[in-house]
Write a protein that binds this ligand. Sequence first.
Ligand code: 5GP
Length: 236
Amino acid sequence: MATLINEGKAKQLFTTDDPNIIQVHYLNQATALNGKRKEPVADKGVVNNQIDSLIFNYLNQQGIATHFIKQLSPSDQLVKKMKMVRLEVVVRNYASGSFQRKFDTEYLLKFDEPVQEFYYKSDRLDDPFINDSQIHALQIATPEQLSTMRDQVFKINQLLNQLFAKAGITLVDFKVEFGFDPDGNLILGDEISPDSCRLVDSQTHASLDKDVFRKHTGNVMDGYRTVLSRLEATVK
Ligand code: 5GP
């Protein structure tokens, strides 16, 4: 019998017969403002599970160590059980969101080199920015672990840029999370989907991600479905 272990903002985690494997169920719900705004969105779980499964399959095939095992059904997948590092690792290729606000830059200013930032995962504190020495002071990760996560996230960025470019989509920025698998390896976990990436049409710059929900600018599922169908056509 599968038991609910944890319910997050967009997913439920269940036990499986194997203590090292968990089942992730994607919910038809969108949140913003670190969970303070929550609304049902039909089909979102199914579309996000498919996008995430396609991306994690691709990253696994390209040699990135991830928690992803396999897609189980339209809304569910199997992943390795992880002990998550309490950090959000953000990479930006173009200025948008909090970077654009903080430094008052032009929208989609292109960076010569990708920008990488860490945030401390805490809904109560609204995920504050955190630097290396603060991470060490709070004993969240060692310098070696930070360096592993940085190396991995830049590789992931390159691979995702290539994948999305083939689909006519520009990867503006994204957030990932790392954790320790049952063997103690520091690997990529969590989710990669339009909930955690800023994606724009390469030609029109139309937003294809959760910004549509955050800013109330249209039907968020139109963009998500576009992302899924273009990625499916790309990997065929
Ligand atoms: P920003 O710092 O500009 O708000 O976000 C940078 C990138 O990280 C965006 O692609 C955004 O979707 C993602 N991101 C930042 N915080 C979170 C979070 O708490 N949850 C999710 N799913 N994505 C986040």
